[in-house]
Design a binder for this molecule. Structure first.
Ligand SMILES: [Cu+2]
Length: 531
């Protein structure tokens, strides 16, 4: 799929470093309360890429489903901490799981259940601008609230991190993760109602890797040759502190999107990684609030994409550039064997993100890039018992500044309208007449993308009439595997198919642009028990 104009603008905003966000040709003023730091004034590639620490269990406890079995229990505390983002910057205050950003990486086997006690040990005051006019963030709510959600996990509803299940400082919640699903890189992050964009921006996110025998048998690069890469953009002030822009309305500081000019890789600005001339596996997560990354390597070395959100593809897809939206994951193999003694820069279009320094000595590489990875059964459209047409909506004020974003014209507090039956298959068709590409995420389930089709925006907006102006286009090979987040492009209908397996109960679906999610672009949905 070609880069949409909107996605291009996302990147363009970074190149100029401007403190405006562009929205399909409209510009939205934001207030610059503090002088910002220009990351391009810093020397790049002076800090090594940090590798997040491993999560370790704190003991065992009885399984909630079978108390005669003892299962590992982890304890992860959300804490305020200071960190050096770049050699020449002062320490930056952040909030993170395990007092780090990214938080500790879970590395677990599929099918082996665990418990995690998520403890809120954050201060009682937030350091980022809360908008009390947003639903769920009213003045009567505690300022600091957090709830952990494991993105991409099939978990019982009480452990899913429902946005209203937030806990305050001093409290903790024990969640049960059955891990009954395929090997994949999931990620955990805050999901608290109305302030999720600020909590994740502060650093509340980490990686959660599931492995299985099928993946072991492939002999992909592993150990120190498998690197998690958490990418996000931020903005800093002159004192090296996180800076989150606000609107020009003091009573309502929400801004429609955040785009920063400083890109962090595993929490560092412009890091470098020393690699050997051999194959590496990179588990890439876009943890940004709103930025789509368009990745490429400076020497045109190709990426071999072996997996997507919900695990391995059927076969590697080789490409010189690759797109990743907020919430999505990429599983990439890069073969540095022909690049001994060189330096290679990982770019987001023309913006440098990090540097690979390839050593000059030849090494033995036992890892394999297999020609085929796994069988992926296509969900047939005929299996669907229902198709839901769901619009992605933006409400603007008189000068065309967005006021709020909605899913199918409904806000969070409206009665539930999406209620698939457990173990049934449905097609959800996202109709997007807005200027944005919205990465839509469904909790609980994995899905496949059926197709995208151009629509006539005016007919849809003015008369709710769905008129197609082109044929359905199947997903590109790089998103033809199992997904949990789909880019619903502007001016298109994007169709996905999912089997609602797992557990009955209440979950959510939402846009993963965090500013949208916090301002009504999130809806509860119910999985109904099968009779
Ligand atoms: Cu959105």
């Amino acid at each position: 799929m070609a880069i949409s104009r909107r996605e291009f603008l996302r990147n363009g905003a970074l190149a100029t470093g401007a403190l405006i966000t562009q929205h399909g040709g409209k510009t939205r003023p934001t207030v610059q309360a503090r002088p910002s730091l220009n990351p391009n004034s810093l020397t790049p590639f002076v800090d090594p890429l940090p590798i997040p620490s491993a999560a370790h269990s704190a003991g065992v406890r009885p399984s909630p489903t079978n108390p005669s079995i003892k299962i590992p229990c982890y304890r992860v505390a959300m804490q305020s901490f200071e960190t050096s983002v770049h050699r020449d910057m002062k320490p930056t205050r952040m909030w993170g799981f395990g007092g780090a950003f990214p938080g500790p990486t879970f590395d677990l086997r599929a099918g082996e259940e665990v418990l995690v006690e998520w403890a809120n040990e954050l201060p009682k005051q937030h350091f980022l601008p809360i908008d009390h006019t947003l639903h769920g963030a009213e003045k009567d709510k505690p300022e600091v609230r957090a709830v952990a959600h494991l993105h991409g996990a099939r978990v019982p509803p009480e452990s899913d991190g429902y946005p209203e299940d937030w806990i305050t400082p001093g409290k903790s919640a024990v969640y049960h993760y059955p891990n009954q699903q395929d090997a994949a890189m999931l990620w955990y992050h805050d999901h608290a109602m109305g302030i999720n964009r600020l909590n994740i921006f502060a650093g509340l996110a980490g990686a959660y890797i599931l492995r299985d025998k099928q993946e072991d048998a492939l002999h992909l690069p592993t150990g120190k040759y498998e690197i998690p890469l958490v990418i996000c953009d931020r903005m800093f002030d002159k004192d090296s502190q996180l800076y989150y822009p606000v609107s020009d309305k003091p009573e309502s500081p929400w801004t429609p999107e955040f785009f920063g000019d400083a890109n962090l890789l595993n929490g560092k600005l412009f890091p470098f990684l020393e690699v050997e001339p051999r194959k590496y596996r990179f588990r890439v997560l876009n943890a940004a609030n709103g930025r789509f990354y368009h990745l490429s390597l400076s020497n045109k070395l190709p990426f071999h994409q072996i997996g997507t959100d919900q695990g391995l593809l059927s076969a590697p897809v080789t490409a010189q550039s690759i797109m990743i939206a907020p919430g999505e994951r990429l599983d990439l193999v890069i073969d540095f064997s022909q690049s001994a003694g060189t330096s290679i820069v990982l770019n987001d279009d023309f913006v440098p993100l990090m540097q690979f320094r390839v050593s000059g000595t030849n090494v033995k590489d036992d890892s394999i890039l297999p020609a085929t990875l796994r069988r992926i059964e296509k969900l047939p459209e005929s299996a669907a018992v229902r198709t839901r047409l769901l619009s992605l909506d933006e409400e603007d004020d008189l000068v065309q500044n967005p006021v709020r974003m909605l899913l199918n014209g409904k806000s969070w507090h409206d009665p539930v309208t999406e209620n698939p039956v457990l173990n049934s298959t449905e097609i959800w068709s996202f109709i997007n007449p807005t200027d944005d590409s919205h990465p839509i995420h469904l909790h609980l389930v994995k899905f496949q993308i059926l197709d995208r089709r151009k629509i006539e925006n005016f007919a849809y907006i003015s008369q709710q009439e769905l008129r197609f102006t082109g044929p359905p286009v199947p997903p590109d090979p790089d998103e033809a595997g199992w997904k949990d987040t789909v880019r619903a492009h502007p001016g298109m209908m994007t169709r996905i198919i999912a089997r609602f397996e797992g557990y009955p109960g209440r979950y959510v679906w939402h846009c993963h642009i965090l500013e949208h999610e916090d301002n009504e672009m999130m809806r509860p949905y119910d999985v109904l028990p099968s009779s």
